[in-house]
Ligand binder design. Structure first.
Ligand SMILES: [Zn+2]
Length: 342
């Protein structure tokens, strides 16, 4: 590498470390309209202060399953990740649509992938900005995690998702009041595939899925899967056809709840509820898979996974190996994108 390239790489490193991802990787496709925070619990935007202290007790039950037996709300959490674009191809081949609960910081790194998922008919939903344990946050922290994610997803797809999933399925009275008070609908799950859990063997995951698929009563369900790594992506190719052959209809969560309005026109909780057709199309090229965004999202997932102690459900903790690989790939891709400007 020539000295000038090294300088540029150093500059890129500096840009990335300052959270200026959007400047270097969004050539073509979706253009984000604002600068987004780094990974981590973000600060409130000043205009969101008005929500603090306004939240009332809300005892509405969280959603854990579809309405009818034989219906399976299919969900993928924590992306967009490296395998997401190929997963979208696979879902298209299978002719099914699902719900993606998206991490805001990962969406910043791979906006084209989020837009492509939306354009293919999948439900886009909120999974917070940085995958925190929500009950441990202040009210301001919860508001910021939700609204920054809502902001970037609105920026990408043109409408604001109403459905959300708390990371690890962790929700308490305080966080529920904030989530509901901001007009979001918390969705947990009934069936955890354990695709995320490296201590559960692939064979064990498959035998549990076999058990679900062979239950002829087919209880209404919402399944938990993820789209961050190869193990998860490969298991999706087992779980989905198995459930379908068992007689389940796989659907996005909003659809299996008979909700035709899973979005709204803007972040404010009083904004009009709308369906996907209300989206303003900010891009016409989003149907094409983007190598840049897929690689960049490795960076987001690799560098941004929580390091807290794993909880009982749904936890994501990256290995240092993945972090290093992700960083190397991200710098390579970002460096190429940067050099292409000269
Ligand atoms: Zn998660």
């Amino acid at each position: 590498m020539q000295p000038s390239s090294l300088l540029k790489s150093a500059f890129l490193l500096s840009m990335l470390s300052q959270g200026a991802l959007s400047a270097s990787i969004h050539a073509g496709g979706v253009n984000l309209t604002m600068t987004y925070p780094d990974y981590g619990v973000p600060p409130l935007r000043p205009e969101w202060n008005k929500y603090l202290g306004t939240f009332k007790a809300d005892h509405t039950p969280d959603i854990i399953q579809c309405l009818r037996s034989g219906e399976w709300g299919q969900t993928f959490d924590d992306g967009p990740g490296a395998p997401t674009n190929q997963l979208l191809d696979y879902l298209q081949q299978q002719n099914i649509t699902v719900t993606f609960f998206i991490i805001g910081a990962n969406a910043v790194a791979a906006p084209n992938t989020v837009k492509r998922a939306f354009d293919l008919g999948h439900q886009i939903a909120i999974h917070t900005w940085s995958h925190p344990h929500i009950p441990t946050l202040t009210e301001a922290g919860i508001v910021a995690e939700l609204l920054w994610t809502a902001q970037v997803l609105t920026d990408i797809i043109g409408v604001t998702p109403v459905y959300m999933r708390p990371p690890y399925g962790e929700i308490d009275a305080k966080s529920r009041n904030v989530i509901r008070g901001l007009g979001f609908i918390p969705v947990i799950w009934s069936n955890d595939s354990s695709d995320w859990d490296d201590t559960v063997s692939v064979e064990s995951v498959k035998s549990e899925v076999d058990r679900w698929a062979s239950d002829t009563s087919r209880p209404p369900a919402i399944g938990l899967e993820h789209d961050l790594n190869d193990r998860e992506a490969q298991l999706a190719r087992y779980i989905i056809p198995k459930l379908m052959s068992g007689g389940y209809k796989l659907k996005p969560v909003a659809e299996c709840l008979d909700d035709p309005l899973p979005y709204r026109r803007g972040l404010d909780p009083t904004a009009e509820r709308v369906g996907r057709s209300a989206a303003i199309a900010p891009s016409s090229s989003s149907a094409l898979p983007s190598t840049t965004s897929a690689a960049a999202s490795i960076s987001a997932s690799g560098t941004t996974m929580p390091t807290a102690t794993p909880a009982a459900q749904g936890v994501r903790v990256s290995s240092s190996t993945r972090t290093q690989v992700g960083l190397s790939l991200a710098f390579l891709v970002a460096g190429l994108a940067f050099l292409a400007q000269f």
